[in-house]
Ligand binder design. Structure first.
Ligand SMILES: Cc1cc2nc3c(=O)[nH]c(=O)nc-3n(C[C@H](O)[C@H](O)[C@H](O)COP(=O)(O)OP(=O)(O)OC[C@H]3O[C@@H](n4cnc5c(N)ncnc54)[C@H](O)[C@@H]3O)c2cc1C
Ligand code: FES
Length: 258
């Protein structure tokens, strides 16, 4: 982990309220692992904000973000050539498994860390699937990009405007109903999505699931305890012990406390 001042080499809007920002960093490019994040100091805000490493292409690092509040609105107004104060890479990312199919599940902006992971998995011979979920078709991101990587892409929208009408967990249930072979599931999204996926996956011993949590953070480096969640091994810091956790770390009590 290092504290870096990087120069923005591109920032562009790709959907309503969604932006892609890129900068060059040899250090992050060498160290970054899918699922890790950067803690970014945005001007005129007190606390840093966490953002997943979305893509690494040569020395270029990409962050995909959605405007939520004051900091992300300010970040969207940065210009090419401006300096960005970045701490990272931070946290523990996804682990790579051996056998089995891969299913990536993104709820909304959950696609941000999964694209980097998706790229790293393309060398694997097993079938690769991605489920991209959003409220409505206008919010679906990266369907073409995953297709280009060779993934089978399933789109779900809650209003049924595109693809499967419903939530990502309902689409998953349909896909794995007759499945018995080892499955590696990687997901990112809101906590409610984790709970719904857990309900399906808990009963199926052939599925291994890792989930990246979007938790409020303070320091981002394991000092302040602002980000703790209860697991079956006690309280864990999402910034340091995560943001990626295995479902095995959550018994029913821990799931109920989320
Ligand atoms: C490990 C990690 C990786 C993340 N990666 C990305 C990413 O790649 N792209 C991206 O767009 N966002 C990502 N987020 C969420 C991002 O950090 C928040 O959207 C951002 O901090 C909001 O700052 P703000 O000042 O604009 O909004 P605020 O004014 O702080 O908050 C506005 C609203 O956004 C929501 N919000 C704020 N922070 C979070 C949070 N940490 N988790 C969930 N909801 C939040 C709340 O509903 C809040 O009311 C990530 C969060 C974590 C913990
Ligand atoms: S954000 Fe401070 S310990 Fe995790």
């Amino acid at each position: 982990m290092r504290l870096l001042k990087v120069k923005i080499n591109n920032i562009r809007q790709i959907k309503k309220d969604v932006y892609l920002i890129s900068f060059v960093s040899n250090y992050i490019a060498k160290k970054a692992h899918p699922g890790q994040f950067l803690h970014i100091k945005i001007k005129d805000t007190l606390l840093r904000r966490p953002f997943s490493i979305h893509n690494v292409d040569g020395k270029n690092i990409y962050v995909l973000f959605k405007i939520k509040g004051i900091a992300t609105r300010r970040l969207a107004n940065y210009k090419k050539g401006e300096l960005l104060d970045v701490l990272g890479p931070l946290g523990k990312g996804f682990s790579f498994k051996g056998k089995g199919k891969y299913i990536l599940i993104a709820g909304g902006m959950g696609v941000a860390p999964l694209y980097f992971l998706g790229k790293r998995l393309i060398s694997q011979d097993f079938l690769k699937i991605v489920i991209l979920g959003a409220r409505t078709k206008k919010e679906i991101l990266y369907d073409k990009e995953f297709k280009d990587l060779g993934y089978r892409v399933f789109v779900t929208t809650e209003d049924g405007s595109r693809g499967f009408k419903g939530r990502v967990d309902e689409q998953l249930k349909e896909l794995i109903d007759y499945e018995r072979e080892p499955l590696n599931l990687y997901a990112c999204g809101p906590k409610g999505m984790f709970k719904s996926l857990a309900l399906i996956v808990k009963e199926k011993s052939f599925i291994d699931m890792e989930f990246s949590f979007e938790q409020f953070m303070g320091c981002g480096i394991g000092v302040c305890c602002a980000c703790v969640i209860l697991t079956n091994q006690g309280y864990k810091k999402v910034c340091k012990d995560g943001p990626v956790f295995n479902l095995k770390n959550f018994d029913q009590n821990a799931l109920d406390m989320l």
